[in-house]
Write a protein that binds this ligand. Sequence first.
Ligand code: AMP
Length: 283
Amino acid sequence: MKVVRTVAEMKAWRSARAPGRRVALVPTMGFLHEGHLSLMREARRRVPADAGELVISIFVNPTQFGPNEDLDVYPRDEAGDLAKAASVGVDVAFCPIDPQEMFPEDARTWVYVDALQDVLCGASRPDHFRGVCTVCTKLWNVIRPDVSVYGEKDYQQLTILRRMHRDLHLSGEIVSGPIVREADGLAMSSRNANLSAQARADALAISRWLGAVRARVRAGERDVATLLAGAAAALAPGQIDYVEIRDAQDLGEVERVEGPVVCAVAAWYGGVRLIDNAVLDPG
Ligand code: AMP
Protein backbone atom coordinates (compact mmCIF):
# COMPACT_ATOMS: atom_id res chain seq x y z
CA MET A 1 0.00 0.00 0.00
CA LYS A 2 1.33 3.38 -1.04
CA VAL A 3 1.16 6.31 1.40
CA VAL A 4 0.90 9.70 -0.30
CA ARG A 5 1.67 12.85 1.67
CA THR A 6 1.19 15.77 -0.71
CA VAL A 7 -1.42 17.04 -3.16
CA ALA A 8 1.18 17.18 -5.96
CA GLU A 9 2.12 13.54 -5.46
CA MET A 10 -1.54 12.48 -5.31
CA LYS A 11 -2.34 14.33 -8.55
CA ALA A 12 0.68 12.80 -10.25
CA TRP A 13 -0.42 9.32 -9.15
CA ARG A 14 -3.92 9.93 -10.53
CA SER A 15 -2.63 11.22 -13.85
CA ALA A 16 -0.45 8.15 -14.25
CA ARG A 17 -3.46 5.74 -14.17
CA ALA A 18 -3.94 3.87 -17.42
CA PRO A 19 -7.09 4.83 -19.34
CA GLY A 20 -9.98 2.61 -18.35
CA ARG A 21 -8.67 1.93 -14.85
CA ARG A 22 -11.23 3.03 -12.26
CA VAL A 23 -10.56 4.74 -8.94
CA ALA A 24 -12.66 4.33 -5.79
CA LEU A 25 -12.36 6.72 -2.85
CA VAL A 26 -13.31 6.43 0.82
CA PRO A 27 -12.63 9.70 2.68
CA THR A 28 -12.06 9.40 6.43
CA MET A 29 -10.70 11.27 9.42
CA GLY A 30 -8.83 8.16 10.56
CA PHE A 31 -8.91 6.17 13.79
CA LEU A 32 -10.44 3.52 11.59
CA HIS A 33 -13.05 1.07 12.84
CA GLU A 34 -15.21 -1.59 11.26
CA GLY A 35 -17.63 1.08 9.93
CA HIS A 36 -14.84 2.62 7.85
CA LEU A 37 -13.55 -0.80 6.79
CA SER A 38 -17.01 -1.87 5.61
CA LEU A 39 -17.04 1.15 3.26
CA MET A 40 -13.59 0.18 1.98
CA ARG A 41 -14.77 -3.37 1.30
CA GLU A 42 -17.77 -1.96 -0.56
CA ALA A 43 -15.48 0.30 -2.60
CA ARG A 44 -13.25 -2.69 -3.36
CA ARG A 45 -16.28 -4.71 -4.48
CA ARG A 46 -17.20 -1.92 -6.90
CA VAL A 47 -13.66 -1.47 -8.14
CA PRO A 48 -11.95 -4.87 -7.90
CA ALA A 49 -8.17 -5.02 -8.09
CA ASP A 50 -8.26 -6.07 -11.75
CA ALA A 51 -10.41 -3.03 -12.64
CA GLY A 52 -8.72 -0.21 -10.76
CA GLU A 53 -7.42 1.21 -7.52
CA LEU A 54 -8.87 1.83 -4.08
CA VAL A 55 -7.79 5.09 -2.44
CA ILE A 56 -8.64 6.26 1.06
CA SER A 57 -7.91 9.60 2.61
CA ILE A 58 -7.04 10.10 6.25
CA PHE A 59 -7.26 13.76 7.15
CA VAL A 60 -8.64 15.35 10.30
CA ASN A 61 -10.11 18.36 8.57
CA PRO A 62 -9.76 21.36 10.90
CA THR A 63 -12.33 23.41 8.97
CA GLN A 64 -15.20 21.12 9.93
CA PHE A 65 -14.60 21.62 13.67
CA GLY A 66 -16.00 24.66 15.50
CA PRO A 67 -13.82 26.73 17.87
CA ASN A 68 -15.00 24.88 20.99
CA GLU A 69 -15.17 21.42 19.49
CA ASP A 70 -12.97 18.37 19.87
CA LEU A 71 -10.30 18.89 17.16
CA ASP A 72 -7.48 18.72 19.72
CA VAL A 73 -8.72 15.50 21.31
CA TYR A 74 -9.91 13.81 18.11
CA PRO A 75 -8.33 10.32 18.33
CA ARG A 76 -5.49 9.53 15.93
CA ASP A 77 -3.48 6.38 15.19
CA GLU A 78 -1.95 6.56 11.76
CA ALA A 79 0.16 3.40 12.04
CA GLY A 80 -2.85 1.37 13.17
CA ASP A 81 -4.99 2.91 10.42
CA LEU A 82 -2.50 2.05 7.69
CA ALA A 83 -2.33 -1.58 8.88
CA LYS A 84 -6.15 -1.85 8.88
CA ALA A 85 -6.44 -0.23 5.45
CA ALA A 86 -3.84 -2.60 4.00
CA SER A 87 -5.76 -5.57 5.44
CA VAL A 88 -8.85 -4.72 3.34
CA GLY A 89 -6.94 -4.18 0.11
CA VAL A 90 -6.49 -0.41 -0.01
CA ASP A 91 -3.95 0.55 -2.70
CA VAL A 92 -3.25 4.16 -1.72
CA ALA A 93 -3.70 6.08 1.53
CA PHE A 94 -3.69 9.84 1.00
CA CYS A 95 -2.56 11.29 4.33
CA PRO A 96 -1.78 14.98 3.81
CA ILE A 97 1.20 15.73 6.02
CA ASP A 98 0.48 19.45 6.18
CA PRO A 99 -3.07 20.72 6.83
CA GLN A 100 -1.87 24.05 5.40
CA GLU A 101 -1.51 22.43 2.02
CA MET A 102 -5.18 21.39 2.06
CA PHE A 103 -6.29 24.71 3.56
CA PRO A 104 -3.70 27.46 3.08
CA GLU A 105 -4.12 30.40 5.42
CA ASP A 106 -5.17 32.66 2.55
CA ALA A 107 -7.70 30.15 1.13
CA ARG A 108 -10.87 32.10 0.40
CA THR A 109 -12.96 29.53 -1.47
CA TRP A 110 -15.68 27.54 0.24
CA VAL A 111 -18.36 25.18 -0.97
CA TYR A 112 -21.63 24.94 0.88
CA VAL A 113 -25.06 23.56 0.18
CA ASP A 114 -27.78 26.04 0.97
CA ALA A 115 -30.56 25.18 3.46
CA LEU A 116 -29.65 21.50 3.88
CA GLN A 117 -26.59 22.56 5.88
CA ASP A 118 -28.57 24.69 8.33
CA VAL A 119 -30.70 22.01 10.02
CA LEU A 120 -29.93 19.09 12.37
CA CYS A 121 -26.13 19.04 12.99
CA GLY A 122 -25.75 22.27 11.04
CA ALA A 123 -27.90 24.18 13.53
CA SER A 124 -25.42 23.67 16.36
CA ARG A 125 -22.30 23.34 14.16
CA PRO A 126 -22.69 26.35 11.84
CA ASP A 127 -19.56 25.93 9.67
CA HIS A 128 -19.36 22.16 9.87
CA PHE A 129 -20.86 21.20 6.51
CA ARG A 130 -19.08 24.03 4.73
CA GLY A 131 -15.84 22.38 5.91
CA VAL A 132 -17.06 18.93 4.85
CA CYS A 133 -18.22 20.06 1.39
CA THR A 134 -15.04 22.00 0.75
CA VAL A 135 -12.69 19.20 1.77
CA CYS A 136 -14.66 16.66 -0.28
CA THR A 137 -14.55 18.97 -3.31
CA LYS A 138 -10.79 19.22 -2.92
CA LEU A 139 -10.40 15.46 -2.51
CA TRP A 140 -12.57 14.80 -5.57
CA ASN A 141 -10.55 17.29 -7.63
CA VAL A 142 -7.24 15.78 -6.59
CA ILE A 143 -8.22 12.08 -6.72
CA ARG A 144 -10.99 12.25 -9.37
CA PRO A 145 -12.78 9.11 -8.12
CA ASP A 146 -15.16 7.14 -10.31
CA VAL A 147 -16.89 5.95 -7.14
CA SER A 148 -16.80 7.42 -3.66
CA VAL A 149 -18.33 5.70 -0.67
CA TYR A 150 -19.89 7.33 2.41
CA GLY A 151 -21.56 5.96 5.52
CA GLU A 152 -25.24 6.31 6.35
CA LYS A 153 -24.12 6.94 9.94
CA ASP A 154 -23.58 10.57 8.85
CA TYR A 155 -26.96 10.75 7.16
CA GLN A 156 -27.11 14.53 6.74
CA GLN A 157 -23.56 14.60 5.39
CA LEU A 158 -24.48 11.95 2.82
CA THR A 159 -27.61 13.87 1.81
CA ILE A 160 -25.65 17.10 1.44
CA LEU A 161 -22.84 15.49 -0.55
CA ARG A 162 -25.33 13.84 -2.91
CA ARG A 163 -26.97 17.22 -3.51
CA MET A 164 -23.62 18.95 -4.01
CA HIS A 165 -22.57 16.23 -6.43
CA ARG A 166 -25.76 16.69 -8.41
CA ASP A 167 -25.85 20.49 -8.30
CA LEU A 168 -22.23 20.92 -9.42
CA HIS A 169 -22.46 18.22 -12.13
CA LEU A 170 -19.55 16.42 -10.53
CA SER A 171 -18.41 13.23 -12.17
CA GLY A 172 -18.29 9.74 -10.71
CA GLU A 173 -20.85 8.06 -8.51
CA ILE A 174 -21.71 8.34 -4.82
CA VAL A 175 -22.46 5.12 -3.00
CA SER A 176 -23.50 4.66 0.63
CA GLY A 177 -22.95 1.91 3.16
CA PRO A 178 -25.15 0.99 6.15
CA ILE A 179 -24.37 1.92 9.76
CA VAL A 180 -22.06 -0.60 11.41
CA ARG A 181 -22.78 -1.13 15.12
CA GLU A 182 -21.03 -2.71 18.07
CA ALA A 183 -22.60 -5.99 19.22
CA ASP A 184 -24.59 -4.08 21.87
CA GLY A 185 -26.01 -1.60 19.35
CA LEU A 186 -23.76 1.44 19.78
CA ALA A 187 -23.03 2.94 16.36
CA MET A 188 -19.31 2.70 15.70
CA SER A 189 -17.54 6.05 15.78
CA SER A 190 -13.96 7.18 16.22
CA ARG A 191 -15.30 9.40 19.01
CA ASN A 192 -16.38 6.33 21.02
CA ALA A 193 -12.72 6.08 22.06
CA ASN A 194 -13.23 9.25 24.11
CA LEU A 195 -16.18 7.82 26.11
CA SER A 196 -15.67 6.79 29.72
CA ALA A 197 -17.00 3.32 30.63
CA GLN A 198 -20.04 4.96 32.25
CA ALA A 199 -20.72 7.29 29.31
CA ARG A 200 -20.38 4.39 26.89
CA ALA A 201 -22.93 2.36 28.87
CA ASP A 202 -25.29 5.36 29.03
CA ALA A 203 -24.92 6.00 25.29
CA LEU A 204 -26.56 2.65 24.52
CA ALA A 205 -29.79 4.55 25.14
CA ILE A 206 -29.49 6.07 21.66
CA SER A 207 -29.70 2.87 19.63
CA ARG A 208 -32.25 1.46 22.07
CA TRP A 209 -34.49 4.50 21.60
CA LEU A 210 -34.10 4.45 17.81
CA GLY A 211 -35.08 0.77 17.87
CA ALA A 212 -38.17 1.61 19.93
CA VAL A 213 -39.18 4.36 17.48
CA ARG A 214 -38.73 1.93 14.59
CA ALA A 215 -40.94 -0.61 16.36
CA ARG A 216 -43.65 2.00 17.00
CA VAL A 217 -43.69 3.04 13.34
CA ARG A 218 -43.90 -0.61 12.37
CA ALA A 219 -46.83 -0.99 14.75
CA GLY A 220 -48.64 1.84 12.97
CA GLU A 221 -47.77 5.05 14.82
CA ARG A 222 -47.51 7.88 12.29
CA ASP A 223 -47.59 11.06 14.36
CA VAL A 224 -44.12 12.60 14.63
CA ALA A 225 -44.81 14.54 17.84
CA THR A 226 -46.04 11.34 19.50
CA LEU A 227 -43.00 9.41 18.28
CA LEU A 228 -40.63 12.06 19.66
CA ALA A 229 -42.41 12.51 23.01
CA GLY A 230 -40.39 11.02 25.83
CA ALA A 231 -37.07 11.18 23.96
CA ALA A 232 -35.38 13.29 26.65
CA ALA A 233 -36.22 10.75 29.36
CA ALA A 234 -35.26 7.80 27.16
CA LEU A 235 -31.89 9.34 26.27
CA ALA A 236 -31.05 10.53 29.81
CA PRO A 237 -28.47 11.19 31.16
CA GLY A 238 -27.42 12.19 27.64
CA GLN A 239 -27.78 15.89 26.88
CA ILE A 240 -29.78 16.15 23.70
CA ASP A 241 -28.58 18.43 20.90
CA TYR A 242 -31.52 17.40 18.73
CA VAL A 243 -33.93 14.54 18.11
CA GLU A 244 -35.90 14.98 14.94
CA ILE A 245 -37.82 13.09 12.32
CA ARG A 246 -37.43 14.54 8.83
CA ASP A 247 -38.06 13.58 5.24
CA ALA A 248 -35.39 11.04 4.28
CA GLN A 249 -34.85 12.60 0.86
CA ASP A 250 -34.63 16.36 1.42
CA LEU A 251 -34.52 16.59 5.24
CA GLY A 252 -37.69 18.70 5.17
CA GLU A 253 -39.92 18.87 8.25
CA VAL A 254 -42.71 16.32 8.49
CA GLU A 255 -45.63 16.00 10.88
CA ARG A 256 -46.59 12.48 9.92
CA VAL A 257 -44.65 9.46 8.72
CA GLU A 258 -46.16 9.01 5.29
CA GLY A 259 -43.06 8.10 3.30
CA PRO A 260 -39.43 7.33 4.14
CA VAL A 261 -38.18 9.50 7.01
CA VAL A 262 -35.01 9.67 9.01
CA CYS A 263 -35.11 9.75 12.79
CA ALA A 264 -31.88 11.51 13.73
CA VAL A 265 -30.27 12.01 17.14
CA ALA A 266 -27.31 14.02 18.38
CA ALA A 267 -26.52 13.92 22.08
CA TRP A 268 -23.62 14.38 24.45
CA TYR A 269 -22.58 11.59 26.78
CA GLY A 270 -19.79 12.47 29.22
CA GLY A 271 -18.80 15.42 27.04
CA VAL A 272 -18.64 13.40 23.79
CA ARG A 273 -21.09 14.33 21.06
CA LEU A 274 -22.54 11.26 19.36
CA ILE A 275 -24.87 11.00 16.37
CA ASP A 276 -27.01 8.14 15.16
CA ASN A 277 -30.10 7.67 13.02
CA ALA A 278 -32.65 5.22 11.72
CA VAL A 279 -34.34 5.44 8.32
CA LEU A 280 -37.97 4.47 8.73
CA ASP A 281 -40.13 3.47 5.80
CA PRO A 282 -43.81 3.00 6.62
CA GLY A 283 -44.12 0.96 3.42
P1 AMP B 1 -15.21 9.89 9.67
O1 AMP B 1 -13.85 9.29 9.78
O2 AMP B 1 -15.97 9.89 10.95
O3 AMP B 1 -15.21 11.23 8.96
O4 AMP B 1 -16.04 8.93 8.73
C1 AMP B 1 -15.59 8.58 7.46
C2 AMP B 1 -16.68 7.84 6.74
O5 AMP B 1 -17.03 6.67 7.48
C3 AMP B 1 -17.97 8.65 6.60
O6 AMP B 1 -18.55 8.41 5.32
C4 AMP B 1 -18.83 8.10 7.70
O7 AMP B 1 -20.22 8.22 7.43
C5 AMP B 1 -18.42 6.65 7.69
N1 AMP B 1 -18.72 6.01 8.98
C6 AMP B 1 -18.37 6.43 10.21
N2 AMP B 1 -18.88 5.61 11.17
C7 AMP B 1 -19.57 4.65 10.51
C8 AMP B 1 -20.34 3.52 10.92
N3 AMP B 1 -20.50 3.20 12.21
N4 AMP B 1 -20.92 2.76 9.97
C9 AMP B 1 -20.78 3.07 8.65
N5 AMP B 1 -20.07 4.12 8.20
C10 AMP B 1 -19.47 4.90 9.11
